[in-house]
Design a protein around this ligand. Structure first.
Ligand code: B12
Ligand code: SF4
Ligand code: SF4
Length: 355
């Protein structure tokens, strides 16, 4: 027999969400996300998805809340800040930068909160399933329809008065709640993100060419495009440039901070800087143990080594003995892709070919 308590009010859901650091909650209709479906299909046909799968694999599925949860009537959408007061200092040595959203696991506390909301809905006899950064549903479009924010020209969803340093998720449910009011555009005539993107990946307002987006290039497998290697700079994972120049995000985001080590201390170590030479010495098992929650093609630590070699080429010290030995080891190694990246890095640093 289905349990059948009363349906929680939306205010009760908000109270519980806030206890999990979820400051923004809204309701979207559980209808097909037409604009996102068209965008996925058209951008895939134009090759803008590079070789990404995620929501592009099956646009029919990732844009239909009713496929994810049959009989769905509402989508409770949520945004949780990853802005923090604490900026970890850059340690000494050659260091690679990690984008802000990946300093700790911000999705775990978001999912915990959403699961509690889902449990409340289930207790009243409804179906309710949690999705956050999952291939089954396009998070930004549903958050936009649920009144959480507007689409910035940098393609991120910006929360009014708070900016875009937010991770997004939702609960798709058979319960019915009134749909939230949409948020109007807040970018106006600003175009800072378009001008600041180091590779020109924002090819039109709200449209990213993943072939050029550093946030994708560091995750995908294979050779890193030569024309974007210098622009990679010291990035290891993710890229924040189009948000770091965004006035609402940098100005207003500061009011919405979360502790980096989590209230219960369970979110794990902060990974804001990665020691490049240490990474290049580490075993596969060690790397997967340290960075395993990051997405990387085929879960293959080889691609982190590839990124690290490029960071070494961009920011390393050619006079440093350990740097020279590391590059020589990779140049002479059995992995042809890594050998070629080490060769590139050595050439950037003006270090000659091994004798
Ligand atoms: C694939 C993916 C990526 C890809 C592609 C990004 C992209 N723009 O599509 C890569 C690896 C590059 C990436 C990078 C990042 N990602 Co990502 N990514 C995803 C994922 C898995 C799917 C996104 C998707 O389906 N895109 C499809 C395209 C079609 O959507 P779109 O680009 O948003 O396009 C919309 C706009 O163009 C809009 N639109 C249409 N017409 C117009 C006209 C105008 C004028 C405007 C402004 C907009 C607009 O409609 C389109 C359809 O909705 C989602 C998780 C999920 N399940 O949804 C996370 C997600 C989008 N990523 C997220 C984050 C945090 C990032 C990064 C900030 C991480 C980082 N620091 O490196 C960067 C930001 C890069 C950027 N500028 O977009 C968050 C975004 C949070 C937020 N506040 O917006 C998400 C939602 C994950 C999550 N659950 O929190 N990501
Ligand atoms: S994440 Fe970086 S590379 Fe990608 S669009 Fe933004 S600024 Fe450009
Ligand atoms: S930088 Fe300007 S144009 Fe780009 S998302 Fe932010 S407000 Fe919009």
């Amino acid at each position: 027999m289905r349990p059948s308590g009363p349906l929680p009010t939306f205010d009760q859901l908000i109270d519980v969400a806030r206890r999990h650091g979820i400051e923004h909650l809204g309701v979207a209709p559980a209808t097909v996300l037409e604009r996102a479906r068209t965008a996925l299909v058209e951008r895939k046909a134009a090759g803008l998805h590079s070789d990404m799968e995620f929501t592009y694999r099956n646009p029919e599925r990732s844009t239909d809340p009713g496929r994810a949860v049959p009989g769905a009537r509402s989508v409770i959408v949520a945004a949780r800040s990853y802005q923090t007061d604490h900026e970890p200092e850059r340690p000494v040595g050659v260091q690679a930068r990690v984008a802000r959203y990946a300093w700790i696991d911000h999705y775990a506390p978001l999912r915990d909160g959403l699961r509690e909301l889902a449990a409340m809905l289930k207790a009243s006899g409804e179906r309710a399933v949690v999705f956050a950064d999952d291939n089954s549903i396009v998070d930004r479009e549903i958050a936009h329809l649920g009144g959480l924010g507007w689409f910035g020209k940098n393609a991120n969803l910006l929360v009014p008065g708070a900016g875009s340093y937010f991770v997004l998720g939702c609960v798709i449910t058979t319960a019915h709640y009134p749909v939230s009011r949409p948020v109007p555009d807040g970018c106006g005539s600003c175009r800072r993100c378009l001008d600041a993107c180091p590779t020109g990946a924002i090819i039109a307002p709200g449209v990213i060419d993943a072939n050029r987006c550093l946030a994708w290039l560091v995750q995908r497998g294979g050779s890193f495009p030569v024309e974007h290697r210098t622009a990679l700079g010291d990035r290891m994972y993710g890229c924040d440039d189009c948000q770091e120049v965004c006035p609402p995000t940098v100005r207003l985001g500061r009011r919405h901070t979360v502790p980096l080590d989590g209230a219960d201390g369970e979110v794990g170590a902060v990974e804001a800087w990665i020691d490049v030479l240490e990474l290049l010495d580490a075993s596969d098992a060690e790397l997967l143990d340290r960075h395993g929650r990051w997405y990387v093609a085929d879960r293959d630590p080889r691609w982190w080594r590839r990124n690290a070699l490029l960071v070494l080429g961009n920011t390393g010290d050619p006079g440093d003995e350990r740097t020279r030995r590391t590059l020589d080891r990779y140049r002479d190694g059995s992995d042809p892709i890594l050998a070629e990246h080490a060769e590139w890095a050595a050439a950037e640093l003006g270090i000659g070919t091994s004798p």
